[in-house]
Design a protein. Structure first.
Lengths: 395, 380, 287
C-alpha cells in the first residue's frame, strides 16, 4: 500500500486563520447557529415551511441527501487508491477524507435539527430489539452514524501525526501507539469506509420509492439505489477536483492538474453511464412517452440530462488536457446535476396531492447556509493546523 | 327625615313594594339571560333564579334620559313589549328620574325635576342619550329649554357616572347624518370624551341590551366589555350573517329573488334582495322585538338594511348587495382537496439571491484558473 | 487489477439483477389481513354530513378544537386532517352531484407507514389496527412521506411533537365497545365489524341496489387492501381517493431492499472482497 512516505503531508500551512473571508464565514456560521436555537425555541412549524403535505424539505433534500453525496470524495478516492491501486492519487485522499468527515458531520447535525425529537436519537443505535428491519431509513441512519465515526477514525492519523510532535509526553506516546495500530488495522477500517457508503448512498436513493404512487414515474424506479450510487461517485470525484483546486491555490500549492483531469474524466464517464442507464430504465418501464411532455417534471428531467452530459462533452473535447478553469466548471456542473437530481427526487417528483405547496423558508435557507459556512470554516481551520494537504509549495 | 332615607333601595325590595309579582320578575330575568347569555357579570350564573338574585340585590340605578335629534323610537322600543306589565316592570327596576316622553311634568317643572335628579345623584346616575347632536353652525339646529342641545348634553354629562348612547342616532348620527348631513348630526362619543360611553346602536335597538348594560352597572359598577366602536361585545360581536336562521339557505344557495316569489314564500335567504346581514353587527337574529317571536326584519321576510352599522344603514342603497368578508363556501364543509399554506415570496427571493450568488461566484472563480494547466502549460 | 474492477462491477450488477428477478416472487407473497381483522364500512349514500363522528372522535381522543381560523375564519372547522383532527367529513361537489366522504386512517393491510418507521413506533397491532406508540418516535416524518392517503399528521407547533392519526379506538374495542365514530353515527353510515363480514355486507348492498352504488368496495384490494371500506354513489376518484392500483405501497422498496440485503450476505461478501483486494495490493507493494 502506498504510504505517506512518498508524499509527505505538510504540517499545516502556517498561514493566518482569521482572514477577511474567514470572518465572513464565521458570521454566517454564527447566524446559522443562532437560527438553530430559534428553531428549537419556536418549533418546526414556526421556523420552517414544512407541512404535513411536504414533511421533508430543504434540510433533508439538500443538507442530508445532497450534502452526503457531495461528501463522497473520501469514498470515491478510497476506491481509486486502495481498490484500483492507483497510488499516484494518494495525496488527494486525506483532504478528501477531511471533506467527507466534515460533510457527514454537518449532515448528521442537519438531521438532528430536522427531526422532531432529536434527544431520542440515542435510541437508534442502542435499542437493537426495537429495530424495524424493513425500514430503509433505519439502515440509512445507522450506516451514516457508523460511517461518520469511521471517517473521523480514518482521518485521525493526521491528528496523531501532529500530536506526536507535541510537547506533552503522554500525548506523544499515545499518538505513536495509535499510528502503529493504524498501520496494521487501517485496511479493515478503510474497507468499512467503502462498504458503508455503498450501502447508504444507494439506500438514500430507495428512500423515496416508498412514496409509491406519489412519486413521479420519471424518478420512481427499482434502480434508484444504483442511480444514486453512480451519481454519488461522480459527485465525489467532482468535489475532489473543486476542493483540490481551491485548497491548492488558497494555501499556495501547485495543482496536480494531470490527476485532476483524470478525476474529472471519471466523473464525466460516471454521469454518462447514469444518463444511459436512466433512459434504458425508462424504456424498460414503458415510460419514454413522458419525456415528450414538457411539464415541470419533463422539463426538469431534460435539464438534469443536459447538466449531466455537458461536462462529459466538454472534457472529451479537451482530450484529458483541460485547463483548471474548464475542469472546475465541469466539476461544478456534475455537482449541480447531482444535486438537482436529488432535489427533484425528494421535492419535485413527490406529489402529496392538490393544495400542498412547499418552498424552503428564509430560516431554513439561512440555517443551511450557516451550516455550510461552518463546514468550510472547520475545513480551513483544520487544514491550517494539521497535516492534511501535501504536494509542493507554489513559491 | 333621615329615617325615610334608610329604606332598602334594592330592586327586589322596590318590586315587592310596587306589588310586582315574583313570577313576572323571574320571567323578565329569563329574557335578560337569553338576551345576554355571556359577557355580563349578572348573567354569568347558571340559572334564572341566580340571575334574579343578582338583579334583585342591585340598588335601583338612577337613570336620566335626554332626548336630542330623535324620533323617540328608542323610547318606544322600551315601552312597546307586548306584555304591559313589563313596561311597568322596567320603571320599577330602574329609577327613571327624568324622561321627557313619559314623565308627568312639563315646562319649568320638568327642568326642575332634571336639576333635582342631577343634584340628588350627582356622579352616580347613568345618562342615557337618545338622538344625535347637531354641531353645525354652533349647534343651533337643536334648542331645548333655551339651550343648544350640545351644551345641554355637556352640562348633564359632566355629572353622570356613565353615558349610554341608545340608538344609531346617538351612537353615530343615524339617519340625520346620512347624505349631506345638513345639521352636522354627530354621535355622543364624539362629544363626550371625559366619561365612559357605551354605544347601543340600532334603529331601534333591542331594549334588553340597554337593560343588561344598566343593570350590570347598577350591580357591579362596571360596564360590559366593549368593542372598538364602544358597542357591548355580548350583543354586537357577530354579524347577522353568522347567526341568521336563514343561513343554511345561503349555504345551500337558495335565494329569494323577488318579493313574493317562490323562494320568498319558502323563507329562503334574502341576500340577493340586498340583505346587509353580512356586514351588520347586531343582536336582532336572536333577540327579537316587542317580545314577539320572529318580530325582526328578516324574520318577516324583509332584508336587513344595516340600521346599527355606520356606513351601512342609511348609506348603502336598500337593494344593493354587499360583499361577504368571511371565507366562503362551502363554509361549513371542507373541500376534498383543501388549500394549504402557500409559498412565501420572500423565501423565493432569498433563494434566488443565494443561488445566483453561488453560481456567479463559481463561474467567476473558475475563470481565475483558466490559465492553469491545459494547452497553455507543458506537463511532466 | 482488471480482475478486481471486474469483480466489483460484477457484484453491483448482481445486486441490481437480483432486484428485478426477485420482484415477481415477492408479489406472489402479498400480505393478507390478520385473522382477527376488524373494519369500518362507510356507506357514502347514507351519510348526511352531520359531523357527529368528527365531534365524538375529538372528544374521545381529548383533542383540542381548531381555533386558528377563529376571529377571521370559522371556529373548529378544520379544512383537512391535522394535528388536532383525526377524522373529518368532506363535501364533494361535482356540478349538481354532491356526496360526503369520511376520511381517517385506512388501517392498510400492508401499511407503508409501518414499513417506513425506523423504531417501530407505528405498527400493525391488535385487530389489525395501525397504531402509534409515543416512546419510540423520533419525529423523522418518514411515515408522512410513505402514506399514500396522507394520513399521519405531525404536531408542528409542539416542542415534543407527536404523530396524530386515527387508532381505530383499539382501547374501546378491547373493552367490547365500538369505535367512537361508528357508535355515534345516527344513520348507520359507518358501521363496525369483522372485515370479512363487512365485505360481504358491502357486496350485498351493491347487488341489491346496482343503480345506486359504484360497483366497487374501495379498500377491498386497493393498495393491498385496507381495513376501512367504502361504498359510494360517486366515482371514488372524486372522493379524493387518488390511487386504485392493487399493489401495496411498500412492495417495490421492500423487494429491492430484500434483493440486495437478504441475510446480509451481499454486504458481508463485499466487505470481505474489499478487504481481500486491499490486503493483496499491500502485499504486492511490500514485495
Amino acid at each position: 500500500m502506498t504510504t505517506y512516505a512518498q508524499h509527505p503531508p505538510l504540517l499545516g500551512t502556517r498561514d493566518r486563520l482569521f482572514t477577511r473571508p474567514y470572518t465572513v464565514l464565521l458570521f454566517f456560521a454564527a447566524l446559522g447557529i443562532a437560527l438553530i436555537a430559534w428553531r428549537f425555541y419556536a418549533g418546526l412549524g414556526a421556523s420552517t415551511a414544512l407541512t404535513d403535505g411536504y414533511p421533508w424539505g430543504l434540510w433533508i433534500a439538500f443538507d442530508v441527501v445532497t450534502g452526503t453525496a457531495l461528501a463522497c470524495g473520501g469514498y470515491a478516492m478510497a476506491l481509486l487508491v486502495y481498490i484500483f491501486n492507483k497510488g499516484k492519487y494518494h495525496p488527494l485522499v486525506r483532504p478528501a477524507i477531511l471533506t467527507s468527515a466534515l460533510g457527514y458531520s454537518i449532515a448528521g447535525l442537519s438531521v438532528m435539527i430536522d427531526v422532531g425529537r432529536p434527544w431520542l436519537a440515542w435510541k437508534l443505535p442502542i435499542k437493537v430489539w426495537t429495530w424495524n428491519v424493513n425500514s430503509v431509513l433505519l439502515e440509512v441512519a445507522l450506516c451514516i452514524m457508523a460511517y461518520t465515526v469511521v471517517l473521523w477514525i480514518e482521518l485521525s492519523p493526521a491528528f496523531f501525526e501532529k500530536f506526536k510532535e507535541s510537547g506533552r509526553p503522554w500525548l506523544q506516546s499515545f499518538s505513536k501507539k495509535a499510528l502503529k495500530f493504524f498501520d496494521k488495522a487501517l485496511i479493515w477500517i478503510i474497507a468499512l469506509g467503502m462498504l458503508l457508503p455503498t450501502m447508504h448512498q444507494s439506500s438514500l436513493g430507495s428512500l423515496m420509492s416508498l412514496a409509491g404512487p406519489r412519486l413521479h414515474p420519471l424518478w420512481n424506479t427499482g434502480f434508484l439505489p444504483l442511480f444514486y450510487l453512480i451519481t454519488c461517485l461522480a459527485m465525489g470525484y467532482a468535489i475532489v477536483v473543486v476542493e483540490s483546486a481551491f485548497s491548492a491555490t488558497a494555501f499556495g500549492r501547485k495543482t496536480e492538474i494531470r490527476l485532476l483531469n483524470s478525476l474529472g474524466t471519471f466523473a464525466a464517464y460516471g454521469t454518462l453511464l447514469f444518463v444511459v442507464l436512466r433512459f434504458i430504465d425508462l424504456a424498460l418501464r414503458g415510460r419514454l412517452g413522458l419525456l415528450a411532455r414538457f411539464d415541470l417534471a419533463g422539463s426538469l428531467f431534460w435539464i438534469e440530462t443536459i447538466l449531466f452530459t455537458a461536462p462529459l462533452i466538454v472534457l472529451l473535447m479537451k482530450k484529458g488536457n483541460a485547463s483548471l478553469g474548464t475542469l472546475l466548471r465541469a466539476a461544478m456542473l456534475v455537482a449541480v446535476a447531482g444535486a438537482l437530481y436529488r432535489f427533484d427526487t425528494f421535492l419535485v417528483a413527490f406529489d402529496p396531492g392538490p393544495g400542498w405547496h412547499y418552498f424552503p423558508s428564509v430560516t431554513e435557507q439561512l440555517i443551511t447556509v450557516g451550516l455550510v459556512a461552518l463546514e468550510l470554516a472547520a475545513y480551513v481551520a483544520i487544514v491550517k493546523h494539521f497535516p492534511i494537504l501535501s504536494g509542493e509549495r507554489n513559491d | 327625615m333621615s329615617a325615610t332615607r334608610d329604606y332598602d333601595n334594592t330592586i327586589a325590595a322596590h318590586l315587592e313594594r310596587s306589588g310586582v309579582s315574583r313570577r313576572d320578575f323571574v320571567a323578565f330575568c329569563g329574557k335578560l339571560m337569553v338576551a345576554a347569555p355571556f359577557g355580563l357579570a349578572i348573567t354569568n350564573v347558571l340559572d334564572v333564579e341566580a340571575v334574579a338574585a343578582e338583579v334583585g340585590a342591585a340598588r335601583r340605578p338612577s337613570v336620566i334620559w335626554l332626548h336630542m335629534q330623535e324620533c323617540t323610537g328608542c323610547t318606544e322600543t322600551l315601552l312597546r313589549p307586548v306584555a304591559p306589565d313589563l313596561a311597568t316592570l322596567l320603571f320599577d327596576v330602574i329609577s327613571l328620574d327624568y324622561h321627557e316622553t313619559v314623565m308627568a311634568a312639563s315646562g319649568s317643572d320638568a327642568e326642575a325635576a332634571l336639576n333635582d335628579a342631577m343634584k340628588a345623584n350627582d356622579g352616580k346616575f347613568v345618562l342615557v342619550v337618545e338622538g344625535s347632536i347637531p354641531l353645525k353652525d354652533n349647534g343651533q339646529y337643536l334648542k331645548i329649554a333655551g339651550k343648544w342641545g350640545v351644551d345641554r348634553l355637556n352640562e348633564v354629562a359632566a355629572h353622570a357616572a356613565a353615558v349610554i348612547a341608545i340608538g344609531s342616532c346617538a351612537s353615530w348620527g343615524g339617519v340625520q347624518s346620512s347624505g349631506l348631513n345638513p345639521t352636522g348630526a354627530t354621535g355622543v362619543d364624539q362629544i363626550i370624551k371625559s366619561k365612559p360611553v357605551v354605544n347601543i346602536p340600532g334603529c331601534p335597538p333591542n331594549p334588553y341590551v340597554l337593560l343588561g348594560t344598566v343593570l350590570q352597572y347598577a350591580k357591579t359598577g362596571t360596564l360590559p366589555e366593549l368593542d372598538d366602536q364602544k358597542r357591548p361585545k355580548f350583543a354586537y360581536d357577530r354579524v347577522i350573517h353568522d347567526h341568521c336562521p336563514r343561513r343554511p339557505h345561503f349555504d345551500a344557495g337558495r335565494f329569494a329573488k323577488n318579493f313574493g316569489d317562490e323562494g320568498h314564500r319558502h323563507g329562503w335567504c334574502l341576500y340577493q334582495l340586498g340583505c346587509k346581514g353580512p356586514v351588520t353587527h347586531a343582536p336582532c337574529s336572536t333577540r327579537h322585538f316587542n317580545d314577539i317571536v320572529d318580530a325582526w326584519p328578516i324574520g318577516i321576510g324583509a332584508p336587513c338594511f344595516g340600521c346599527t352599522e355606520q356606513g351601512v344603514g342609511y348609506t348603502i342603497a336598500l337593494y344593493e348587495t354587499v360583499p361577504i368578508q368571511r371565507p366562503l363556501g362551502p363554509d361549513t364543509y371542507p373541500a376534498v382537496y383543501a388549500e394549504h399554506k402557500g409559498v412565501s415570496p420572500l423565501a423565493t427571493g432569498v433563494a434566488g439571491v443565494v443561488g445566483g450568488a453561488l453560481v456567479g461566484a463559481g463561474i467567476l472563480a473558475s475563470k481565475k484558473f483558466d490559465n492553469v494547466g491545459g494547452d497553455s502549460e507543458t506537463k511532466e | 487489477m482488471d480482475t478486481d474492477r471486474r469483480s466489483l462491477l460484477k457484484s453491483l450488477a448482481t445486486a441490481a439483477t437480483m432486484t428485478v428477478v426477485s420482484t415477481p416472487a415477492i408479489a406472489r407473497e402479498r400480505r393478507k389481513a390478520p385473522a382477527d381483522a376488524v373494519a369500518l364500512l362507510y356507506d357514502g349514500t347514507k351519510c348526511v354530513g352531520c359531523k357527529a363522528c368528527v365531534v365524538k372522535c375529538k372528544e374521545t381522543g381529548g383533542l383540542p378544537a381548531d381555533v386558528d381560523g377563529y376571529g377571521g375564519g370559522l371556529y373548529d372547522a378544520p379544512e383537512d386532517l391535522n394535528e388536532s383532527t383525526r377524522n373529518i367529513i368532506k363535501l364533494v361537489k361535482d356540478g349538481e352531484e354532491t356526496a360526503y366522504v369520511k376520511r381517517q386512517c385506512m388501517h392498510c393491510v400492508d401499511p407503508a407507514c409501518v414499513n417506513a418507521c425506523m423504531m417501530g413506533a407505528l405498527g400493525k397491532r391488535q385487530y389489525g389496527a395501525v397504531t402509534w406508540e409515543n416512546n419510540k418516535c423520533i419525529g423523522c416524518r418518514y411515515c408522512q412521506v410513505a402514506c399514500p392517503f396522507g394520513v399521519p399528521k405531525f404536531q408542528w407547533s409542539k416542542t415534543s411533537p407527536r404523530i396524530v392519526k386515527c387508532d381505530l379506538c383499539v382501547d374501546r374495542i378491547a373493552e367490547g365497545k365500538q369505535p367512537a365514530c361508528s357508535e355515534v353515527c345516527p344513520r348507520g353510515a359507518v358501521i363496525f365489524g369483522k372485515r370479512d363480514a363487512l365485505l360481504q355486507e358491502a357486496h350485498r348492498r351493491i347487488d341489491e341496489d346496482p343503480d345506486l352504488y359504484v360497483p366497487k368496495v374501495y379498500g377491498e384490494t386497493e393498495l393491498g387492501g385496507t381495513q376501512v371500506l367504502y361504498l359510494s354513489h360517486v366515482e371514488f376518484g372524486k372522493l379524493g381517493f387518488r390511487f386504485s392500483d392493487d399493489k401495496p405501497v411498500p412492495e417495490l422498496q421492500r423487494s429491492v431492499q430484500h434483493g440486495i440485503y437478504k441475510g446480509f450476505v451481499a454486504p458481508l461478501a463485499l466487505y470481505g472482497l474489499l478487504g481481500a483486494v486491499m490486503f493483496r495490493n499491500r502485499r504486492s507493494e511490500d514485495k
